[in-house]
Ligand binder design. Structure first.
Ligand code: ATP
Ligand code: MG
Length: 442
């Protein structure tokens, strides 16, 4: 029978040929994050739907159009997380972390769910790498996050990614700006899409983020928020620019960036790649000083960002950035007969204990089929165990690249020594004598 139940549109299987790239990206991110003193947080996949309505905002595309919501067996209204920030904010309040030492610096790798139209770089289940900082009002924190992303992208070997920043002010200065925007859009009401008509009174800034081309054209000529910043917001923004200048991070100020989520205030930023087509924003972030309090926590400022892993991997692919390959099998132990198979299994187990990748036959195949498999998985060495080897207590270890063989006792330490020798040779080939002496004296 043919497979008649398929994966859901906009979701992806990450197959073994690619999963090492995901592991690499996550590990690179987490270890880079620890250099900056960030610790990982993991939160649930679904939450009370109201959490997202209250934090992401009920006039946003994410909440109005993209959220996967459901009612569970207990009649609870739930939603799959469309992003990480809301859940992390809830978690730091609920756990009391928000009352601990400040700044609180958290990072995460997570899946997110949005019912969007699937296309290149836009999925319904996608993955983010992100960070949140709590309790830091100074623009130093904004600069630190931006500098993290900048250096992480450089460490991955990516180039040609531009940084755009903006300030969208605070509730005080935004009041005046909203009035100006409202007046501007109200005079052009008939050109707005249906959704934006609804936003006009409640949240006119959301119109600037609308994906409808007609709204986009109007937005391009709309008043810009930078002209309306209050003195405090202006000085915060200038403080950020000064810090980015001294960190030698180049950026452009783009007064059109408002970000798609309601919780932002002051700093917003995006990292954009020219290599992956229309879905070009690989990272978006900003400050959200009022969110913790609006969720029932103390008055603590906060900020964060999220990078889309699918888009990052697309840029890495487009730029042919090298990703370490999965290490191949060190030794494949082929066997003939029950007893040899048992010995192969125990030797493999002991070698794994010493850190080697070792495999033995699990199917009971012919020797020929086992050797074919060893070749397919790229085993560096093979060893065949049969009655003769068991009796003599030794077997021949074959280097699959050179064809060389060496006879070794059936002892995991002895085999390990041979495999180590090979590793050392790999390490030292390509080094000159003085480098080698240096390594040996360390
Ligand atoms: P966009 O304007 O592309 O819809 P967004 O403003 O909705 O992005 P954020 O909510 O800020 O995106 O999410 C941060 C990052 O997550 C984005 O910059 C992007 O890299 C990634 N991202 C967002 N939505 C998707 C998606 N549907 N599929 C893949 N990646 C996504
Ligand atoms: Mg979006």
């Amino acid at each position: 029978m043919a497979l008649d139940i398929r994966s859901i549109k906009g979701t992806q299987d990450i197959l073994p040929a690619d999963s090492h790239k995901w592991q690499y990206l996550e590990q690179a991110f987490l270890s880079h994050a620890s250099l900056y003193g960030f610790q990982e947080i993991r939160i649930p996949t679904f939450e009370d739907r109201r959490l997202f309505i209250r934090s992401v905002g009920d006039t946003t595309d994410v909440v109005q159009k993209e959220m996967y919501t459901f009612t569970d067996q207990g009649g609870r209204e739930l939603a799959l997380r469309p992003e990480g920030t809301a859940g992390i904010n809830r978690a730091v309040i609920e756990s009391g972390l928000i009352h601990g030492p400040m700044p609180l610096k958290l990072c995460y790798t997570t899946s997110c769910f949005r019912a969007e139209k699937p296309q290149a770089g836009r999925f319904r289940e996608f993955h983010q790498l992100g960070m949140e900082v709590f309790g830091a009002q100074s623009p130093s924190a904004d600069a630190e996050l931006i500098s993290f992303v900048d250096s992480f992208l450089a460490q991955l070997g990516l180039t040609g990614i531009s940084l755009e920043i903006n300030s969208i002010g605070c509730p005080t200065c935004r009041k005046q700006y909203h009035d100006a925007l409202k007046a501007y859009f109200a005079a052009r009401k008939e050109q707005l899409c249906e959704t934006c008509l609804g936003r006009l009174d409640k949240n006119p800034m959301r119109i600037l983020d609308c994906k409808n081309p007609a709204c986009g054209e109007l937005a391009a000529e709309a008043p810009v928020v930078l002209d309306y910043l209050c003195p405090d917001c202006r000085s915060h923004f200038e403080g950020l620019c000064r810090r980015l200048d001294s960190l030698q991070i180049s950026y452009t100020v783009n007064p059109r960036i408002v970000r798609g989520l309601d919780y932002y205030n002051r700093t917003v930023f995006e990292f954009i790649s020219g290599d992956i087509g229309a879905q070009s924003t690989i990272c978006g972030g900003g400050r959200y000083d009022g969110l913790i309090q609006s969720l029932g926590g103390p008055d603590q400022p906060a900020l964060g960002f999220a990078m889309g892993m699918e888009r990052l991997l697309m840029v890495m692919e487009a730029q042919q950035v090298s990703i370490p390959e999965r290490p191949p099998c060190d030794l494949y132990l082929a066997s003939m007969g029950e007893e040899a198979s048992l010995r192969a299994m125990t030797l493999a187990a002991d070698l794994r204990g010493e850190g080697f990748i070792a495999e033995s036959d699990l199917i009971g195949r012919s020797l020929k089929a086992q050797m074919k498999y060893a070749d397919k998985i790229g085993a560096a060495f093979t060893m065949v165990l049969g009655e003769e080897e068991l009796q003599s207590g030794q077997a021949s270890l074959r280097n699959m690249a050179t064809g060389e063989t060496v006879t070794v006792p059936l002892d995991s330490d002895e085999i390990a020594r041979q495999l180590y020798n090979r590793d050392l040779q790999d390490l030292t080939s390509g080094l000159d004598l003085s480098q080698l002496m240096g390594m040996m004296s360390e």
